[in-house]
Design a protein around this ligand. Sequence first.
Ligand code: PMP
Length: 452
Amino acid sequence: MATLDRARIKELKDREDARFLADHPRSAALLERGRASMPNGVPMAWLVGSYHHVPPWVAEGRGARFTDVDGHTYSDFNIADMSMFCGYAPEPLVRAVSDRMARGNQFLLPTEDAIVVSEELGRRFGLPKWQYTSSATHANSEAIRVARVATGRERVLMFDGKYHGHFDEALVERGPDGSLVPEERGVPADTVEGTVLVPFNDPAALARALERRDVALVLTEPALTNNHGLILPGEGFHDALRRITRATGTLLALDETHTQVVGTGGLTAAWALEPDLVTIGKSIAGGVPFGAWGMTNAIAEILVQRKGPDGERANLVATGGTLFGNALAMAAARATMLEILTPEAYLSTQRLGARLAGGMRAAVDRAGLPWHIHHLGPRSGYTFRPAPVRNADEARACADELLTRLIRIWLANRGVWEAIVGAGPVCPVPATDEDVDAYLGAWDSLLEALVA
Ligand code: PMP
């Protein structure tokens, strides 16, 4: 087995960083100019924190590729954290959105597209009733609110290593002494009282956490795709999760925001799961701001407003937003699901994902590195240990930030973009064998350089 020399990783990263900077003078100038009007020089200050280099400023995107203002074109394998899984500027989406904009995009009144979208989501995810927001974050926070009303309980259980968006309850982690703490500044200290965190793939810990019957909702991705590459559920975990939540009167929400890329109906359909709620956003409307949450008929009953004798409002659940479920978002979701995210499109991404994972694994074997290459539908990725990880602690124990950063900058300098460090590549709908070749060529050359 090859072992990696830290000094070599650092030397390669410094060399690649210098090359990237030299190749991006216009992006560097825009970042400097942006600093006068935006914290960190970019529209979301956190964004720049996730890069150790100047972000390439974008000129345009088409299909599976985008071009930056310095004239470099990248095959995009993170595709805006999967929100552009349909690719950039797909014709059906451009057509539907242009048409809707020309006829008015927002009314605070429903359009027929909302029914078509709800019916299609119902077919895909197996839940009969749907509501809308403008992001997956908000779909999750609305689902939590209605779960509180449904159960008369307040707490939410999530799994360590999760990501469900930027709302208070979801920004809680385990501190060094094991107690819960806010993940970042700005989250109220007492938020931790409303959140319960347990390790993924540990039914006994889950059962202990739910036995007090004070948790309204378990919110999880069917497989954890955030922060730690990919953590798959072990054999029987989903059965145990459903059995324990039912036995303790706890609702179960599956967040398919990322995992929807595996096929129509995401992992809920692929694994025949039976959640009470499904939440989703990102690519289901082609990247037009959109979030949706589906629910059982019993939960939907809670949202039905029973008006008083003079039509006055009563029984409200704290949900809503002026731009939520707007006509533009609905037109985008309709075109995306019916014309882009078709069964054939998913098949193509799965074929490419399998090719990508196979090629990455072969290169790892050739280099003699003790790494695991995972594969789920269109997605692959790397874990710096031989066996897959089962929970966030195992993932943290083998994380290697310097190496991960080297991987990104090495790929970027060779026309391959992976925006989120360590997430692993995903093949979007318009990806081709040439894109996969570009990834594998860059990956191969990196591994060779690492063990040289
Ligand atoms: N849920 C999951 C599983 C996610 O991965 C994300 C974003 N990474 C979100 C929710 C939040 O999505 P958004 O930032 O678009 O609200």
